[in-house]
Design a protein around this ligand. Structure first.
Ligand code: ADP
Ligand code: MG
Length: 345
C-alpha cells in the first residue's frame, strides 16, 4: 500500500501543492477508506438523528447548566448536520498510543459535556494510571471493584460503575492493578473480547460509552478497540503529532479485519492548540489537509485551567464553566453528538 519513506520530513507528500510543511509520520498513514468500518447493516436509527443547534441545549435546560451561550461564543460551534453524528448508542475508544496527548482530558471533558447535553454517558477507564477516574473525583485507592475485575474476573461492569458529580455522567474506574491485566490476559480465553462482552450487557443503559485507552497498543487497547464502534483520536498541535499514528491506524485496521468489522475511525480532535505559535496553525492545516472531514471543527486550546481541573477531581465544566476549555469541549460535544436524540432513560 503506502511506501515507507526513509526520511519522513523531506519525503512526505501528504498534501501536494499545499505547502512545503510536512509532519513526520504522515507518510506511514494508511488510506482512510480502509478505516471506515463495515456499515453494510442498515441503520434505521439514523432517522433519530436530529438537527444540532443551540436549541438542542435549551431543550434540556431543566436545571443543568446549559451551554447555549458558550457555544454561540465560539466560532467552532457547529451547525447541522455534522459528519460525526451516528445512531445511538455509541461506543467510542479514545486512542493514541502516545502518552500525554490529551486522551484522558478528552474522555473526561467530552464525557462531561455530552452528559450536560442530556446524554447518559459512561467513561470506561482502561488506563492503569486511573487518571480518568481521579479526574472525575473517584478515589482509586479505595475501590471495591474496578475495571481489573471486569476484564479479568468477569465482574459485571455495572458492579464497578460509580456516579460522578455531573448528572448523567458515570465512570467505570481503573487502578494500578490493571497494569497486571496486560500480562495476565495473555493466556486468557477470548482475551481480546473481554471488554466487549461486558459492555454488551449495559448497551442500552448509556447513550455514549467513552473508553479511555492506555498509551500503548497492547491487549488493553485492543480490548478497547474491539468493544468500540468508533475510534476518536486526539492529536496534539505539535510537530510530532502524527508520528506513530500510522501504527495506531494499522492496528485499528487489524482489529477491524479480525475482531470488529464495524469499527470505524470516526473523529480526530486537535488539542493543546497554542494560538501564539505559527507551528500550531501549520499542524492544524496539515492535519486537515490529510484527514479532511475526519477532523472536528472544534479545536481544544492549551489552557492551564484544563490541566488544573483533574487535581480537583472535576471536569472543566464544573471547575471553570466559562473557561476556554469549557467552551471548546462543549462545542466538541455538540459536534460529535450532532444533536442526536437521547435514547437512554
Ligand atoms: P493522555 O491521556 O493522552 O496521556 P492527558 O489527557 O492525561 O493525556 O494529558 C496529558 C497532560 O496534559 C495532563 O497533565 C493534562 O492535564 C494536560 N493537558 C491535556 N490537555 C490539555 C490542554 N488542552 N491544555 C493544557 N493542558 C492539557
Ligand atoms: Mg491518559
Amino acid at each position: 500500500m503506502t511506501e515507507r519513506a526513509p526520511d519522513a520530513v523531506t519525503q512526505a507528500k501528504a498534501s501536494p501543492g499545499k505547502s512545503s510543511f510536512s509532519l513526520p509520520g504522515v507518510e506511514g498513514i494508511p488510506a482512510l477508506d480502509d478505516l471506515s468500518g463495515d456499515r453494510s447493516q442498515p441503520t434505521p436509527e439514523a432517522a433519530q438523528v436530529m438537527t444540532p443547534s443551540s436549541a438542542v441545549l435549551e431543550e434540556h435546560d431543566d436545571g443543568r447548566t446549559p451551554a447555549a451561550g458558550d457555544a454561540s461564543m465560539t466560532s467552532t460551534a457547529t451547525s447541522a448536520p455534522t459528519p460525526f453524528q451516528r445512531p445511538l448508542p455509541r461506543t467510542m475508544a479514545i486512542a493514541n498510543q502516545k502518552g500525554g496527548v490529551g486522551k484522558t482530558t478528552t474522555a473526561v471533558n467530552l464525557g462531561a459535556c455530552l452528559a450536560e447535553l442530556g446524554y447518559r454517558t459512561l467513561v470506561v477507564d482502561l488506563d492503569p494510571q486511573g487518571n480518568a477516574s481521579t479526574g472525575l473525583g473517584i478515589n482509586i485507592r479505595d475501590l471495591q471493584a474496578s475495571m481489573y475485575d471486569v476484564v479479568l474476573n468477569d465482574l459485571p461492569i455495572e458492579d464497578c460503575v460509580e456516579a460522578t458529580a455531573v448528572r448523567n455522567l458515570f465512570c467505570a474506574p481503573a487502578a494500578l492493578d490493571l497494569a497486571g491485566a496486560e500480562i495476565e490476559l495473555v493466556p486468557a480465553f477470548s482475551r481480546e473480547m473481554r471488554l466487549r462482552r461486558s459492555l454488551e450487557a449495559v448497551r442500552d443503559d448509556y447513550d455514549f460509552v467513552l473508553i479511555d485507552c492506555p498509551p500503548s497498543l497492547g491487549l488493553l487497547t485492543v480490548n478497547g478497540l474491539a468493544a468500540a464502534s468508533e475510534v476518536l483520536v486526539p492529536i496534539q498541535c505539535e510537530y510530532y503529532a502524527l508520528e506513530g499514528l500510522g501504527q495506531l491506524l494499522r492496528n485499528v485496521q487489524l482489529v477491524q479485519r479480525n475482531l470488529n468489522p464495524r469499527l470505524e475511525l470516526s473523529a480526530m480532535v486537535l488539542v493543546m492548540y497554542d494560538a501564539r505559535t505559527k507551528l500550531a496553525d501549520q499542524v492544524v492545516h496539515e492535519v486537515r489537509d490529510h484527514f479532511g472531514e475526519k477532523v472536528c471543527n472544534s479545536i481544544v486550546p492549551r489552557t492551564v485551567r484544563l490541566s488544573e481541573a483533574p487535581s480537583f477531581g472535576q471536569p472543566i465544566i464544573t471547575f471553570d464553566p466559562t473557561s476556554r476549555g469549557s467552551i471548546a469541549y462543549r462545542s466538541l460535544a455538540m459536534e460529535v453528538s450532532g444533536g442526536a436524540a437521547q435514547r437512554a432513560g
